[in-house]
Design a protein around this ligand. Structure first.
Ligand SMILES: NC(=O)c1ccc[n+]([C@@H]2O[C@H](COP(=O)([O-])OP(=O)(O)OC[C@H]3O[C@@H](n4cnc5c(N)ncnc54)[C@H](OP(=O)(O)O)[C@@H]3O)[C@@H](O)[C@H]2O)c1
Length: 346
């Protein structure tokens, strides 16, 4: 059995990662966090794990096959290379490596075949990117994407456990809408990340893409209003059929809410309608649990994808639970063309 490390195990994403690993039958798991949490205990299924300090030396000891990192960009820049150099396969959820050449940025349903091209480091996209490409990927396959515009409504948990604590302690009537990211010129870094990551995953480097990202007083669950223009006509009914047949997508009408999405594995989508203001325009509304599919679950699905696609990684999860699909439902990169192998709904 592969030996797994969860680095950032005390955080919003790390806690959910441990919960999902236990549920999915992973057993040989260790928990790491900063010096602050070393020696404390975290839940792992029915038991607990003692938290170890994540130092470069501890992660470079060569006694872990695979590490899942959710510790922030600066800490990932220090710790991921230490682990990777010792032969540990690293899946990093920060923005440190997402756009680096040679680092696959993977959402298994969309570009899973790219995962097997890793050289020791794989990147998990931003939570908002993951839910977006789960919808855009199938629409692109069906009709070709010409342009994307979106507005996001992102929950407090997207900014970590401290942000969740702040919202919990606040009077509900004090809720406000903010844009609490750093800005680079006219755009927040969240908006530019969404564009760059979407272009990389879909392999559409010139895709016209404009986003406005907003934080809303919701604890968990990100929402998105998405306007797409396609190259070929696609009716709302056609788009609904395409999305209903796509893995990790569930059509939820008349419209989904973040509360509907929390605790589930799917990206929910509704209000699929024509945008009459442009040629071949569609409008959608999507919601997703940002801590699960937007972070922890996607990374575990990468592990499971690698384990069933013949990559050199001996992880023994519960294979049959992977999207309830059998390994043969994975289309190998050579057969799928374009963006590499991907999962198909069984
Ligand atoms: N929240 C989301 O929806 C989401 C989605 C996608 C990606 N991500 C990414 O995941 C990462 C973590 O996010 P989060 O929301 O889980 O944050 P969080 O709740 O603030 O948790 C941060 C975790 O990182 C640990 N940590 C911080 N500095 C460290 C260091 N120098 N060495 C080792 N461990 C360190 C913390 O340990 P201590 O408890 O010891 O401080 C804690 O376990 C970020 O890069 C974020 O961008 C988050």
């Amino acid at each position: 059995m592969a030996r797994l490390g969860v680095v950032g195990a005390t955080g919003a994403v790390g806690t959910v990662t441990l919960e999902l690993l236990a549920e999915r039958g992973f057993e040989d798991v260790r928990a790491f966090a900063s010096e602050r949490s070393a020696g404390t205990r975290v839940a792992f299924g029915d038991s607990e794990l003692e938290v170890e300090e994540a130092t470069p030396a501890a992660l470079a000891a060569g006694d872990l096959d695979l590490c899942l990192f959710s510790i922030g960009t600066a800490a990932s820049r220090e710790l991921v290379p230490a682990a990777a150099d010792s032969g540990t396969v690293c899946i990093d959820k920060s923005s440190a490596y997402r756009l680096a050449d040679g680092v696959p940025l993977v959402v298994p349903e969309v570009n899973g075949g790219r995962a097997v091209e890793h050289d020791g480091i794989l990147a998990n996209p931003n939570c908002s990117t993951i839910q977006l490409v789960c919808l855009l990927g199938p629409l692109h396959d069906a009709a070709g994407l010409r342009r994307v515009r979106l507005a996001t409504y992102q929950s407090a948990s997207g900014a970590g456990s401290d942000s969740m604590e702040r919202l919990r302690s606040q009077d509900s009537v004090e809720g406000n809408v903010t844009m609490d990211w750093d800005f680079e010129g006219d755009e927040s870094e969240e908006e530019s990340k969404l564009r760059a990551e979407t272009r990389k995953i879909l392999e559409l480097p010139e895709l016209p893409f404009s986003a406005t990202c907003v934080r809303v007083p919701v604890l968990v669950g990100h929402s998105q209003a998405i306007w797409v223009e396609t190259e070929r006509p696609l009716s709302p009914d056609g788009a609904r059929d395409v999305l209903a047949a796509s893995p990790s997508v569930r059509v939820s009408e008349p419209y989904p809410t973040p509360r509907d999405a929390v605790g589930g594995d799917d990206v929910l989508v509704g209000r699929i309608r024509r945008d009459p203001t442009v040629e071949n325009g569609l409008v959608l509304f999507g919601c997703c649990d940002n801590l699960r599919k937007g972070a922890a679950l996607n990374a575990i699905q990468i592990v499971e994808f690698l384990s069933v696609s013949g990559a050199p990684l001996a992880v023994r999860g519960r294979r049959g639970q992977y999207f309830n699909t059998a390994p043969e439902s994975i289309v190998p990169p050579a057969a799928s063309g374009g963006s590499g192998g991907r999962l198909r709904r069984p």
